[in-house]
Write a protein that binds this ligand. Structure first.
Ligand code: PLP
Length: 388
């Protein structure tokens, strides 16, 4: 059976070049990067090369890159590493749970948290940020690109507001990295998170950019790894994979790969909207990353459509992988003002570097037919209601 994977915002396959780069570090190059002998020097050099590649992707200095176990740890290190009792932090209602639940936990510990709303396109209003600032505001954490809709926040404008107010700015760029160019100096952020498995490196590795001069309280205590910002023997194969994926991501901006992905996403979206009535893009009108398309299909349950498509070989998702199976509609879509039934009728298509025009054709053939079949079963479906 043919299987097409269009759920790359959940995770991406490790690219062959990335696997090849990692392979020696599972075998003959096994040293502990902290050891001073030959074996340690070999893996230390590999870790530092990877740090340079990640720094190149983000536009920062290698010393400003802290390797972590993934996006969640990077987000936690940024929030818990800065917020102290008596502080106020500002976030948004559409953050990934890695930030949302970190802030919730901080609020339970007595730190004041303000969550900024978004408009119908999923965008934070910079004026809302200006108004939310208080004398004790320590940190603003607002994501770069949303995992469910792909909507890109005006991070440079938000960064400027934070700089003027002398407040730390963290942005979760897990879904932006390798899809849109990131220059931390232009954003003006102090902290920025990325995750390996969203950019064709393995699961379980990520990085936090920490601007020089920014002191984050570590979450893990132990050795002085990562300049005492993250204790623990480095995950050398994972870090090497992240470095290789970062290199490939930089090339992707130059060799037309990202432009090709954007064209594929656009053709998928256009074809579905043309062939299915009662369907719209969530986040329409906002800037979006080039691989993501979140659509609602009136009169269906997103979960039912996902199962129906999966039975035919197409893997897509309702949005956040961790909330799949949950009854609650997406917090992101409801924050954008979508009716709960439309939020539940939404599904996300997300492309990766491995996807081809044939994969998109496969989806274009399957989706309208599956939606039509599910609507036939829906007692609520009324053709006139949609076309009127
Ligand atoms: N932030 C965003 C926006 C994400 O999409 C994800 C993963 O889905 C994370 C953070 C967490 O990253 P990780 O899976 O590497 O812990």
């Amino acid at each position: 059976m043919r299987r097409v994977y269009l759920d790359n915002n959940a995770t991406t396959p490790v690219l062959p070049e990335v696997l090849e780069a990692m392979r020696p570090y599972f075998g003959e190059r096994f040293g502990n990067a902290s050891s001073i002998h030959h074996h340690g020097q070999e893996t230390r050099a590999a870790v530092e090369r990877a740090r340079e590649s990640v720094a190149d992707l983000l536009g920062c200095r290698p010393a400003e890159v802290v390797f972590t176990s993934g996006g969640t740890e990077a987000d936690n290190l940024a929030t818990f590493g800065l917020a102290k009792s008596g502080d106020h932090i500002i976030t948004s209602t559409i953050e990934h749970h890695a930030v949302l639940n970190s802030c919730k936990h901080l609020a339970e510990k007595g730190i004041e948290v303000t969550s900024l709303p978004v408009d119908g396109r999923g965008l934070v209003d910079p004026d809302d940020l200006r108004r939310a600032l208080r004398p004790n505001t320590k940190l603003v954490t607002i994501m770069f690109a949303n995992n469910e809709t792909g909507v890109i926040q005006p991070v440079e404008e938000l960064g400027k507001i934070c700089a003027v107010a002398e407040v730390y700015f963290h942005t979760d760029a897990v879904q932006a990295a390798a899809k849109v160019p990131i220059r931390v100096k232009e954003i003006g952020c102090d902290l920025l998170s990325i995750s390996g498995h969203k950019i064709h490196a393995p699961q379980g590795v990520g990085a936090l950019y920490v601007r020089k001069g920014t002191t984050v309280e570590p979450m893990l205590y132990g050795g002085s790894h990562e300049r005492s910002r993250r204790a623990g023997t480095e995950n050398v194969p994972g870090i090497v994979g992240l470095g290789k994926a970062a290199e490939l991501a930089v090339q992707g901006f130059k060799n037309g790969e990202i432009a090709r992905m954007a064209a594929l996403r656009d053709s998928l979206e256009r074809a579905i909207l043309k062939n299915v009535e009662g369907a719209e893009v969530n986040g329409e009108g906002a800037p979006r990353v080039p691989n993501t398309s979140n659509l609602y299909f009136d009169y269906i349950e997103g979960e039912a459509l996902i199962i129906s498509l999966d039975l035919k070989g197409l893997a897509v998702s309702t949005g956040a992988a961790c909330s799949s199976g949950a009854i609650e509609p997406s917090h992101v879509l409801t924050a954008m003002g979508l009716r709960p039934d439309r939020a539940r009728a939404s599904i996300r298509f997300s492309l990766g570097k491995q996807n081809t025009a044939e994969d998109v054709e496969f989806a274009i053939e399957l989706v309208p037919a599956s939606v039509a079949r599910l609507r036939e079963l829906s007692p609520l479906y009324n053709k006139e209601a949609i076309s009127s």
